[in-house]
Design a protein around this ligand. Structure first.
Ligand code: NI
Length: 258
């Protein structure tokens, strides 16, 4: 069985269909999904969703795209939300310089949420795009606040960055983009230690081949696992076993819940 370590079922493209999507998990080898908040609304929603469904867990936090809006009150709300037993991490938080969002605000909100996670003794889920040097600087400077695990979700960086981040021993999750044509990630995937590998969909985004053009859901996760198996030259079952164990360990979930 697979675990989708990063999903956004509450996105408007999926939200009205959640019961049906969940009903199809078993036939698609999906045991559970982790619902990731990006802003206050989706963080509150993720907790509500996790209360409603046994096989959904929640991650709460503010994505760099909403860094300019987040207030200290919001951070307090995140702290309170994280008291819920189904909240398993703070995320997705990070830096994204691909678009024109204020960099100073992004860095400040990232640092505040790293500290928040430490206070809560929760792991962090990092979104990182086109901002590798600043991320390395922040993670180095605030290393003493990172004591509960760190995951670089939808990792699109180089093999070299994996070496440079190794002082944190991060987990790395790969999604549908590893199946895309002209996007050979095999060398990067192989550079990650086996006990640090995860898979995800980041649905509704990044629909894997052969379903390009459709809206992504956790029910397409097996295509990511199949591609990872090819890239690592191991079986699908081995990918399922390793990534499921890693995801449970990172989010500190018991095997018995599967
Ligand atoms: Ni995401």
């Amino acid at each position: 069985m697979l675990i989708d370590s990063h999903a956004h079922l509450l996105d408007e493209r999926l939200a009205t269909n959640i019961p049906q999507i969940l009903a199809e998990y078993p036939q698609n080898d999906v045991a559970m999904s982790i619902e990731i908040g990006c802003d206050m609304q989706s963080s509150i929603g993720a907790v509500e969703l996790s209360k409603k469904y046994k096989n959904i867990y929640a991650v709460v936090g503010c994505h760099p795209f909403c860094a300019e809006q987040i207030t200290d009150n919001d951070l307090q709300t995140l702290f309170e939300l994280a008291q819920n037993e189904k909240v398993v991490a703070i995320g997705e938080i990070g830096l994204d310089y691909h678009y024109d969002y204020d960099k100073t605000a992004q860095k400040s909100v990232l640092i505040k949420q790293i500290k928040l996670a430490d206070q809560l003794k929760l792991p962090i889920v990092i979104h990182l795009r086109d901002a590798y040097q600043d991320m390395e600087n922040i993670l180095t400077e605030y290393k003493s606040y990172i004591n509960n695990g760190i995951l670089l979700h939808c990792y699109s960086g180089s093999k070299e960055m994996i070496d440079r981040f190794s002082f944190l021993d991060p987990y790395y999750a790969f999604g549908g983009s590893i199946t895309f044509k002209n996007n050979n990630r095999a060398e990067v995937i192989r550079a990650v230690k086996k006990d640090r590998l995860m898979i995800e969909t980041d649905c509704p985004y990044l629909t894997p081949v052969p379903h390009r053009g459709e809206i992504n859901t956790p029910n397409f996760l097996k295509f990511v696992a199949e591609r990872m198996a090819l890239d690592l030259n191991i079986s699908y079952e081995e990918v399922a076993k390793v990534t499921t164990e890693n995801t449970l360990r990172f989010y500190r979930l018991n095997k018995e819940i599967l």
